[in-house]
Design a binder for this molecule. Sequence first.
Ligand code: GAF
Length: 387
Amino acid sequence: MEIDFVRSRFIKHFDGKTGNVYASPGRINLIGEHTDYNGGFVFPGAVDKGVMAEMRANGTEDTVMAYAIDLKDRVDFKLSDPNGPKASWARYIYGISLEMKKLGVPVKGFNIAFAGDVPLGAGMSSSAAMESCFACGLNDIFGENKVSQWDMVLAGQATEHNYCGVNCGIMDQFASVFGKAGCLMRLDCRSREFEYFPFKPDGYRLVLLDSVVKHQLAGSPYNDRRNSCENVVKHIQAKHPEGKFETLRDCTWEQLDEVRAEVGEEDYKRAKFVLGEKDRVLGVCEALNEGDYEKVGELMYQTHEGLSKDYEVSCEELDFLNDIAKECGVTGSRIMGGGFGGCTINLVRNDLYKQFIATAKQKFNEKYGHEPKVYDVVIGDGSRRLC
Ligand code: GAF
């Protein structure tokens, strides 16, 4: 996306003046799904697609004038309005402004125009890209950049919780803020320690296949999954009052088995997936250190199986794409992100790539009447000011 594209709209839709331009990426995740809100590990990276916003203080006390370039939609609202705007895209601006205020940033009225090239509803976290982009701008314009990167991550997450109805974890906002070109990041969501992992798989590449089934996390079964996990933790805590169980990260397989009958099969299966996924992320790290991509791929297939059968966040189209990957001999393939639609992430040998993409397009088209979209993964940088 070009700065001039956003700038020309900013000039046209407001008072002709220019502001500062900020960019934040969407993300991929190699492995570690639904583990973030369970205190586990994730393995994301930022992508070269995201959100770009031009922003400028407009001299008013608390009037925000916002223009969504892609939607050609203008919304003006006051930060002091307790209800905030109705348009879902504008709620991200409203929410992050109030969350940054809570962190001590004296946010006043501003103008903002933004656009994005991260596909919406594809599970690549366009929403975290918006939150971290706007947070970065507000921190710069009103806050002398005093808010730390971690606090911006948490402000983005709080925006989802408090204004958008999604009780998400911290993976997406973390990846969008901390991303680094060429590197994946292994994050321990309990301690928040993380390390950059240069990712240049020799002879392999990562590609996303977008089913174009729109995933929508707000008010969705996403929150139910989180509730199931928390319910299991509550039961384990009740059985072991001597221990401290905050998330499933603190629970063992034996403890999970002990509460199986009382929590019921659905919650049990969900927690079982999470415990297994925690181990799989560590397995992938080990395999990457040894350059064993076949092992990485095997673990990715296991994750897909668990997300589909136990966590139940897949859909017919995603399972179909996963089956095609298997048939084509693709090294690893799985649902990426929250699920309920969106993409699969595929680890493919270079020599298989062309044939895999052609087969996937053809078979998917035969069955669903349209081709999946194909995004080659380029691992890019996190949130930043462009000019
Ligand atoms: C969504 C959420 F926003 C993340 O926090 C994470 O839970 C993910 O689904 C699943 O791993 O993207």
